[in-house]
Write a protein that binds this ligand. Sequence first.
Ligand code: NAP
Length: 315
Amino acid sequence: MNQVVIIGTGPAGLTAAIYLARANLNPLIIEGQQPGGQLTMTTDVENFPGFPEGIMGPELMENMRKQAERFGAQFRTGWVNRVDFSNRPFKLEVEGMGEIESQAIIISTGASARLLDIPGETENIGRGVSTCATCDGFFFRGKKIIVVGGGDSAMEEASFLTKFASEVTVVHRRDELRASKIMQDRAKANAKIHWSLNCIPLEVVAGETGVTGLKVKDQSTGTDKVIETDGIFVAIGHHPNTGFLQGALQVDELGYIAVKPGTTETNIPGVFACGDVQDHKYRQAITAAGSGCMAALDCERFLEGSAVHEWSQSL
Ligand code: NAP
């Protein structure tokens, strides 16, 4: 019988694994289709403390994994198809592993950035296409950038990117923005931000050195055109990776797992959530790692029988 199973191997899950392995709780970690999570899709990570020269995303994740293995964490590849949190031990139906049982569960399955699903997009991630302005904006100092999207994220990313870029063009598929008025007003007041509304992205145009443009269908004229750019930030939303839970845990209004504020406790005692699957606000590797540490400590206390769970009744 497992004491604790961690689902997901981004910074949150791996940090939880390091702490729980060092606490001799022998965590079993289930890694899915994208081991290492979103950081494995980035290049240089310059804002994770401890690396003055920066570190490549995949290398950072490999290091975290090795660190967990050094203390005895066990990794298995599998896809969780079904969960049963109705009684302890909890049960997980894992493809390729069958049913496994555990006294506690930590969910760190992350969130995925929505992509446009157009030609040239995925192959140019890290070559000019990005889904994270905080992570990659710095690399576009003095360059032209496109932000795709019309929601609050797009407004926020466009405003943030004007710190680096010579100009930012917001490309949105309708002539009306979805973003809140305050965010729109702030972006519209920024002289560095230009607007290509009513333009549907069709294709990422790239050369040998990376992205050179975005081909769009301009619905006002009915013609296709290429907007020249050095970088394209896709800001059309994220979705938490919670499908496998099939409603087994309470979620917030955006579908992220609800946790008791200031903790990683879900509405089921013994089930914890950390990282982007419960955080649509910060979404940083370091905040995910921090919440992974919190989940490990919350879990340890729970397994020692010292946790107080009156909150779960009031969710
Ligand atoms: P969102 O509100 O769902 O907006 C997504 C935008 O992307 C929409 O404008 C949508 O176009 C566009 N889009 C979606 N799929 C597309 C596609 N395939 N091709 C082209 N465009 C596409 O997502 P969000 O901006 O990430 O915001 C999510 C939530 O977080 C919201 O509740 C938001 O208020 C909140 N948020 C708040 C802040 C803040 O307050 N500081 C910052 C960021 C996010 P349509 O408009 O045509 O549907």
